[in-house]
Design a protein around this ligand. Structure first.
Ligand code: KG4
Ligand code: ZN
Length: 364
């Protein structure tokens, strides 16, 4: 690649991976002096087995991921022992794949970083015991990683974001707003008092039997709701956003889920259909639940921005809001957050969807 570029008179800066590959093509192994620090990241906190090799300047040399979504869709949710078994079956292959695509041998690694909390205990255990064995075998340092901190900091791989910034993490297992003051200095401003928004959307999608919908059968619950919502009228049902009077930045989704549950039962009676069949008003319900979720998330985030600005915790003119997690890939929710950031002179940053969801890169 280097030679081709030169011959063509193109002097674009080669990537670090291209340099490694070029040197290795002559059987030259540059060794530690030349190589930057290389970290292997391993993630098994929930239902994705993921690994990646990243260097100290943030170059992603290789990654691999195995998603369990399809299996858990069939069982109607994550069954922890099933997730554990699938992690066990895949971890060796995924780590091997990340190393071989990065063309880095295990002995060249500087450290192994692994998610140690929070997450499903059985799932975390697989990544942790695999990593500790590797650490022992290779005699490398071990870096324990907090999953939420990794999500919050991922944006810094792509954008030059200065501390402090505000982060909103919304996924199937997480829901929190925090001020990020440094790499491991977080001020928690709000969290869900019950379930996470992705969990609520997954439950509504299951209750609507969207897995049987021909257009949604392979989609996660949240994605299926977003897809179907485009065909519905959000004003057809009037669900009130939760916690409208609460003077804090916390969230709640269980109440909304119960209201929707009742509406679905009522509609099933009206339409004379059995539980498990798809309602004719499913798209309207999807549009209304997505809209209410977006309003709730946007309002709580608005409060957090105003709070931080009032107390000079965030810059008045250059404040940044980072939004990540699986639910952050929802374009309707992003749009609602954009309205809030435009009104408060903040910059909204979202990592691309593949970095919003769980992955090995954020851990490395
Ligand atoms: O971050 P993630 O991959 O895993 C964790 O929960 O940590 O997020 C998965 C969640 C699921 O609940 C899924 O339904 C939701 O993110 N999700 C979405 C969308 N895509 C995935 N929710 C709303 N809109 C989407 N497009
Ligand atoms: Zn996560």
């Amino acid at each position: 690649m280097l030679i081709l570029n030169k011959a063509a008179g193109v002097f674009s800066k080669p990537s670090r991976r291209e340099i490694y590959e070029f040197l290795r093509s002559f059987n030259f192994r540059p060794g530690k002096v030349f190589l930057h620090k290389l970290v292997l990241g391993i993630e098994t906190s929930c239902d994705d087995t993921a690994a990646a090799v990243v260097d100290e300047t943030g170059n992603v040399l290789g990654e691999a991921i195995h998603s369990q979504t399809e299996v858990h869709l069939k069982t109607g949710g994550i069954v922890p022992p099933v997730a554990q078994q699938l992690h066990r079956e895949n971890i060796q292959r995924i780590v091997q794949e990340a190393l071989s695509t990065s063309k880095v041998s295990p002995s060249e690694l500087s450290a192994i970083a692994t998610t140690v909390k929070p997450g499903l205990a059985l799932s975390l255990g697989v990544g942790l015991s695999f990593s500790l064995q590797l650490v022992d075998q290779l005699k490398k340092p071990f870096i324990p990683i907090h999953h939420m901190e990794a999500h919050a900091l991922t944006i810094r791989l792509l954008n030059k974001v200065e501390f402090p910034f505000l982060v909103l993490l919304i996924s199937g297992g997480h829901c929190l707003l925090a001020l990020v003051r440094g790499v491991s200095d977080f001020l928690l401003l709000g969290k869900s008092l019950d379930i996470a928004p992705g969990d609520m959307l997954d439950k509504v999608a299951r209750r609507l039997s969207l897995i049987k919908h021909p257009e949604c059968s392979t989609m996660s619950g949240g994605k299926a709701i977003e897809h179907l919502a485009k065909q519905g009228n959000k004003l057809h049902f009037d669900f009130k956003p939760p916690m409208q009077r609460a003077k804090n930045c916390d969230f709640s989704f269980t109440g909304l889920q119960h209201v929707i549950d009742k509406i679905i039962t009522q509609k099933e009676k009206e339409e004379g259909i059995q539980k498990g069949q798809i309602l004719s008003s499913a798209a309207h319900i999807a549009a209304a639940v997505q809209h209410t979720t977006a309003c709730h998330i946007a309002k709580r985030t608005h409060r957090a921005i105003l709070f931080c600005k009032q107390r000079d915790l965030l810059s008045q003119s250059n404040a940044v809001l980072v939004v990540s997690g699986g639910v952050a890939s929802n374009l309707y929710i992003r749009k609602a957050l954009e309205i809030v950031t435009n009104a408060t002179q903040c910059t909204l940053l979202c990592p691309p969807p593949r970095l919003c969801t769980d992955n090995g890169i954020m851990i490395a």
